[in-house]
Design a binder for this molecule. Structure first.
Ligand code: ATP
Ligand code: MG
Length: 148
């Protein structure tokens, strides 16, 4: 099974959307193995978005990501990284497909409600960034034996 890192961003928390967005993952049958609400430090944001550090919109990302807590989640399933990216769709909600999380909920490219890892390599780095091994839960879901 593959695992991905999801962040429900501050606008999701501010706009009472946490439950509706988590429902998208539950409806799809994905397995949530870890979840926590946290305020992001400047240090973790610098690390997480280091590839954007020289972009003019970087200060906006920083103030957005520190404006309220995020909900950080680790979600597992076969092919989960791609599945969650499809559920999420384009960075800019104007370019997302109707029915996707960003089309249905996101306001703009700056306030796009969710982060999801984009490859296996990034997922490994991002999962380690946001939680320690011992924080992961370990349980069997009824669907694990059939599809997981
Ligand atoms: P995320 O990493 O948050 O899941 P993503 O993988 O779709 O989003 P990235 O290219 O990794 O997109 O960009 C990270 C974040 O930086 C985006 O979610 C968005 O908030 C912001 N961002 C990216 N490009 C732009 C842009 N051109 N203008 C404004 N903000 C941007
Ligand atoms: Mg990204």
């Amino acid at each position: 099974m593959e695992t991905t890192l999801i962040l429900l961003k501050p606008d999701t928390v501010q706009r009472w959307l946490i439950g509706q967005i988590i429902s998208r993952f539950e409806n799809k049958g994905l397995k949530i193995i870890w979840m926590k609400m946290m305020n992001l430090s400047e240090e973790i944001i610098n690390e997480h978005y280091d590839f954007l550090a020289d972009k003019p919109f970087f200060p906006k990302i920083k103030s957005y990501m520190t404006s309220a807590p995020v909900v950080a989640m680790a979600v597992s399933w076969t092919n989960v990284i791609k599945t969650v990216r499809i559920l999420t769709w384009a960075t800019n909600p104007a370019e997302a497909l109707p029915g996707s999380i960003r089309w249905d909920f996101a306001l703009t490219i700056d306030w796009n409600v969710i982060h999801a890892s984009d490859s296996e390599e990034t997922a490994q780095i991002e999962l380690k960034r946001f939680f320690k091994e011992w924080e992961i839960t370990n349980y069997t879901k009824i669907s694990d034996e059939t599809v997981g």
